[in-house]
Design a protein around this ligand. Structure first.
Ligand code: KIV
Ligand code: ZN
Length: 513
């Protein structure tokens, strides 16, 4: 019997972007969107256009660039947000407006300060504004997991009548349990009179570690769209992880009556790209995309896998893209090969100058590192993009770091401040600490260091280290990144990048506040 389709709705660039410091530039979003399109994601939620001019531009750019996936923007249920969203997505080949309003007693009373009947009227109005732009309109009942079932039935019946085509039932605070959430979806499908006119969608947060289990339970109870993110990125504990949803449904086709259209071999490249861009590392034991997900440590397991792979493996590493980490370029590769490979991995540089600058960097890297992998190219392009961010004030000019057993480590650094070169020297507990202190002596950001992490981008001791530095100041959190074969240099670049972000005056609204 033919399987029904399970729609994969990726919200890495909207809900994922709500993770502290994970904000993405337009170029970042374009690269992620191209990778999602290559992976055959059905719907890409590209952002919240009313949040800022920058968000509007990014959503519009993604809407223009992507042809195969539906491009969606989020809007609160008010006229300004909905029209802003409509303007941003209307250039897409397949646009969607996703509007939402909270429906739980606590949200309606304490956050919205609205009566339930006013909430229904506002939701219906929002659907009608959205329909001025497209008939592909999705409605979300925020905090549905804690909403009253009778009220949910009332509001959803009305928004379907007003023209919503997809109804999303978010467990916004990650409170529900799998049986309960599955039953909620089943009850809504049975009780809302016009339920058969729409696709039922789920959107689960991971506060109790149940986002994937809840989403799958909903699918078994008739949901046919799952909202999820790469690596489970998202508000607080994150959203349901796309890779886990897709592979659970695919691996357990004996249980599920539906399947996705996803090209699973693109999962690992997507995971690495998102982790690199956002600065959120993937834990080694993370299902599907963690470095250890297919590593067999114990002798008994290794022996079993060698004799017959399926003794200990329920899916193959290749099927989710682990082998795409292949050698791509080397020192002798020319400009054309470089340009072609960039296009193949979804990077389109805007001008010849940008290509020349990136190629120069590539040659410098190839001098230090014999083999250049796709991950190296992504890191190189991320750096190139970072340096073109407007308002970038500080740049690393040179760095000397000294560490020797029994000696006090120190770092000497020169950075340029709007073009003016400034030297500084500092001691520290190690060369990275010394470099950060030397930078801080010049920039006096007085920010709090929340996170420092180093990841090897590829294998081998000549691998580039990718460093993430998370800084917080006056309630703002930013992630800075840097990559280099020398991890002290990568760390200094990451620190400077974070400070530059703190200097940039970007005001963004969070849709859910
Ligand atoms: O978690 C949530 O409720 C959301 C909605 C805006 C869909 O992200
Ligand atoms: Zn959410």
């Amino acid at each position: 019997m033919a399987k029904e389709k399970l729609i994969i709705f990726d919200t890495t660039m909207r809900d994922g972007e709500q993770s502290p410091g994970a904000s993405m530039t337009k170029e970042d979003k374009l690269r992620i969107a191209r990778q999602l399109e290559r992976m055959r994601v059905d719907v890409i939620e590209a952002g919240f256009p009313a949040a800022s001019e920058g968000d509007f531009d990014s959503v519009q750019a993604v809407a223009r660039a992507i042809k195969e996936s539906t491009i969606c923007g989020l809007a609160r249920a008010n006229e300004k947000d909905v029209r802003r969203c409509g303007e941003a997505v209307k250039v897409a080949a397949q646009p969607r407006i996703h509007t939402f309003i909270a429906t739980s007693p606590i949200h309606m009373e304490k956050k919205l300060r609205m009566e339930p009947s006013q909430v229904i009227d506002q939701a219906v109005r929002a659907i009608k504004w959205a329909r001025d732009y497209t008939d592909n309109v999705e409605f979300s009942a925020e905090d549905a997991g804690r909403s009253d079932l009778d009220f949910l039935c009332r509001i959803l019946e009305q928004v379907i009548k007003a023209g919503a085509r997809t109804i999303n039932v978010p467990d916004t605070v990650g409170y529900t349990l799998p049986d309960q959430y599955g039953l909620l979806i089943r009850s809504l499908r049975e009780r809302v009179p016009n339920a058969d006119k729409v696709i039922w969608s789920v959107h689960c947060h991971n506060d109790l570690g149940l986002a994937v289990a809840n989403s799958l339970s909903a699918v078994q109870n008739g949901a046919r769209q799952v909202e999820c993110t790469i690596n489970g990125l998202g508000e607080r504990a994150g959203n349901a992880a796309l890779e886990e949803i897709v592979m659970a449904v695919r691996t357990r086709q004996d249980v599920f009556t539906c399947d996705t259209n996803i090209d699973a071999t693109q999962i690992v490249p997507a995971s690495k790209l998102v982790s690199g861009i956002t600065g959120y590392p993937v834990q080694p034991n993370k299902a599907i995309v963690g470095a250890n997900a297919f590593a067999h440590e114990s002798g008994i397991h290794q022996d079993g896998v060698l004799k017959h792979r399926e003794t200990y493996e329920i899916m193959s590493a290749e099927s989710v893209g682990w082998t795409t980490n292949r050698l791509t370029l080397g020192k002798l590769s020319g400009r054309n090969a470089f340009k072609t490979r960039l296009q193949e991995i979804g990077v389109e540089l805007e001008s010849e100058e940008a290509l020349n600058a990136a190629f120069k960097r590539f040659k410098e890297l190839a001098d230090k590192k014999r083999e250049i992998f796709d991950e190296d190219l992504h890191a190189l392009i991320s750096e190139e993009n970072l340096e073109h961010i407007e308002n970038e004030r500080y740049n690393l000019v040179s760095l000397t770091a000294h560490s020797e057993t029994g000696e006090q480590p120190y770092a000497r650094i020169v950075i340029s401040d709007n073009g003016k070169e400034l030297p500084s020297k500092s001691e520290g507990s190690g060369p990275v600490d010394a470099a950060f202190k030397a930078i801080e002596a010049l920039v006096t950001s007085k920010a709090e260091l929340l996170l420092y992490s180093v990841n090897a981008i590829t294998t081998g001791t000549d691998a580039q280290g990718e460093v993430t530095v998370r800084l917080s100041k006056d309630g703002r959190v930013v992630n800075g990144q840097g990559a280099d074969t020398d991890i002290v240099v990568a760390s200094a670049k990451a620190y400077i990048n974070a400070v530059n972000k703190l200097c940039a005056k970007t005001e963004r609204l969070n849709p859910q506040l």
